[in-house]
Design a protein around this ligand. Structure first.
Ligand code: SF4
Ligand code: SF4
Length: 102
């Protein structure tokens, strides 16, 4: 029997399927907080706590870019933003992640 090491997050994400909505289920309610406060005080933790890399800091636009299509609905961002400026809601019915097993 082949023994395997721990399964990497990237491998697990590869087994998921999405049905994308055209509108985002995630909004940053106060982008200035991301630009003015969070960088210095917290190093923008959304760019690291999200397992699907939904949040990325864009220095040219001085804002967080949200790739909502990649969200795996783990709900971490409901508690992970120190300023609570992430408005995350479950995707509309029929959209979002479709989990498969195996
Ligand atoms: S953790 Fe919250 S405040 Fe900080 S950059 Fe991300 S969304 Fe903005
Ligand atoms: S719910 Fe999870 S996967 Fe989706 S944006 Fe928040 S942290 Fe990322």
């Amino acid at each position: 029997m082949e023994l395997r090491g721990p399964v990497r997050v990237e491998e697990k994400l590869y087994t998921l399927r999405w049905k994308h909505d055209r509108t985002s289920h995630i909004a940053i309610t106060d982008p200035r907080t991301c630009a003015d406060r969070c960088g210095d005080e917290w190093r923008r933790p959304c760019t690291t706590f999200c397992p699907a890399k939904v949040y990325e800091w864009d220095p040219e636009q001085a804002r967080i870019v949200v790739a909502y299509e990649n969200c795996v609905e783990c709900t971490t961002c409901l508690v992970g933003c120190p300023y609570r400026v992430i408005d995350w809601r479950p995707p509309r019915g029929g959209f979002g992640i479709q989990y498969r097993y195996g």
